[in-house]
Design a binder for this molecule. Structure first.
Ligand SMILES: [Zn+2]
Length: 206
């Protein structure tokens, strides 16, 4: 009765959870879940070069560029549950910049897949380094992980912080501090923390 293998698997999952997949509210659930999961993992099919195509420019500008408070929504690869929050991206151009509107698109590409927040943070930073070879790149992500919050592993209002600092942001403490001050993060502790900023609570083992 289901159109695809994935819908069949989701129907089986409902049965294993003790549900009746034929009751009214669940009849179309496999179809909806498939549509949702395909969107939430659409980053696998997205091509960075296509997204950035035509949006990298030569400029004579070497001050720090910051795009802050980029919303991201991702799925924890250990529990298939959402983690989401804000991502802040900075770089110091070395002759080339990326159109500002493309930075959130870049974040989406890496968020929309099964992820670890640490890996996502690194992938965003490494991609910017690779594409425009700036003097430095900094990415800071603060995320709420439902796999921890919903299970009571961690207090509900806590955040997991991750950072990737490349080039000038890694080598020059003053540059790094300037970035962190400009962010004025909700958590003042980050400004005082020596890098790398530790991840809140590890849930890698459970
Ligand atoms: Zn998890």
């Amino acid at each position: 009765m289901y159109n695809t293998q994935m819908q069949h698997l989701i129907q089986q999952l409902l049965v294993q959870l003790g549900e009746d997949p034929l009751r009214e509210g669940l009849v179309k659930t496999p179809e909806r879940v498939e549509t949702a999961l395909k969107f939430l993992t659409s980053g696998y099919d997205a091509d960075v070069d296509t997204v950035l195509n035509g949006a990298m420019f030569s400029v004579d500008y070497s001050e720090m560029v910051i795009v802050r408070d980029i919303d991201f929504y991702s799925l924890c690869e250990h529990h298939l549950l959402p983690f989401f929050g804000k991502c802040h991206v900075a770089y110091i151009p070395n002759g080339r910049v990326i159109g500002l509107s493309k930075i959130p698109r870049l974040v989406d590409i890496f968020a929309r897949r099964l992820q670890l927040q640490e890996r996502m943070t690194n992938q965003i930073a490494e991609t910017i380094r690779e594409k425009i070879e700036p003097l430095g790149v900094a990415v800071v992500c603060e995320g709420t992980h439902l796999c921890m919050a919903m299970r009571g592993v961690e207090k509900q209002n806590s955040y997991t912080m991750t950072s990737a600092m490349l080039g000038a942001f890694r080598d020059n403490a003053r540059t790094r501090m300037e970035f962190l001050e400009l962010l004025k993060l909700r958590h003042n502790t980050i400004v005082q923390t020596a890098l790398p900023i530790p991840v809140g609570v590890s849930h890698l083992d459970d």
